[in-house]
Design a protein around this ligand. Structure first.
Ligand SMILES: [Zn+2]
Length: 227
């Protein structure tokens, strides 16, 4: 039996998640590395398909374990249905969206960097905003396991700092989605600072800032400064 997988570039992933309407309640984002395959083993879709075969044939799971696989070239491959809990962390999968990053990110092995780092960071930001989650809701596999996953070379502090501050430069500057990107970065920041809620912006991201929204944000900054 064969199964196809679909790759998203960052901007396509943003559009896909933006229009997603999930019945399942999402309460955390799981971060994993594959360990094997390594970055150097990556050969496009066939690498995702062989993980799927391993998960379904060898381990007997209903489907590939992860919802998304982030490749060294920055492509985000789809996977398990988002309406299903992942098979990522034994006992801690309920409500999770699971990312596998292809590579062995244990210290002295491979490095999470470049397009792959851009892709995982952008994807995590999009999901936090979509599901009204905070960086506290990002879960490393090793927090609930004896494994080192997502690799001893990746500290939580470093990763969260990237989520908050990384500038994603590789987006096509001429695309509509990228023209939109500055708004998303600003909105993510306002959200992290507690100045807006996800609901304030859900349907307004593409419409520019209405005057009421500017007034709302200014008032919240004023109230915060006064408190
Ligand atoms: Zn893991």
């Amino acid at each position: 039996m064969a199964r196809n997988f679909k790759p998203y570039m960052i901007t396509q992933f943003q559009s896909f998640i933006h229009t997603l309407d999930l019945k399942r309640k999402i309460n955390h984002i799981q971060i994993h590395h594959t360990w094997e395959p390594r970055k150097s083993d990556y050969k496009g879709e066939s690498t995702i398909a062989s993980m799927w075969r391993y998960h379904t044939e060898t381990r007997g799971w209903q489907d590939i374990g992860q919802h998304f696989t982030v490749a060294p070239d920055g492509l985000i491959w789809d996977g398990r249905s988002l309406e299903k809990d992942p098979a990522g962390i034994t006992g801690y999968n309920r409500g999770g969206i699971m990312f596998e990053m292809i590579g062995n990110f244990d210290q002295g092995e491979e490095t999470l960097e470049g397009e792959q780092l851009d892709a995982i960071i952008a994807a995590v930001r999009v999901l936090l905003l979509k599901f009204n989650l905070s960086t506290n809701d990002i879960v490393f596999h090793r927090e609930h396991s004896a494994k080192t996953c997502p690799g001893t070379g990746i500290t939580r502090g470093w990763f969260l700092n990237e989520v908050k501050n990384r500038k994603i430069m590789e987006l096509n500057p001429n695309s509509y989605d990228n023209a939109d990107q500055w708004k998303r970065i600003a909105i993510d920041w306002l959200y992290e600072e507690g100045l807006i809620s996800a609901e304030d912006w859900k349907d307004n991201i593409n419409k520019g800032l209405p005057l009421w929204a500017e007034a709302l944000v200014l008032k919240r900054i004023y109230d915060k400064a006064k408190a």
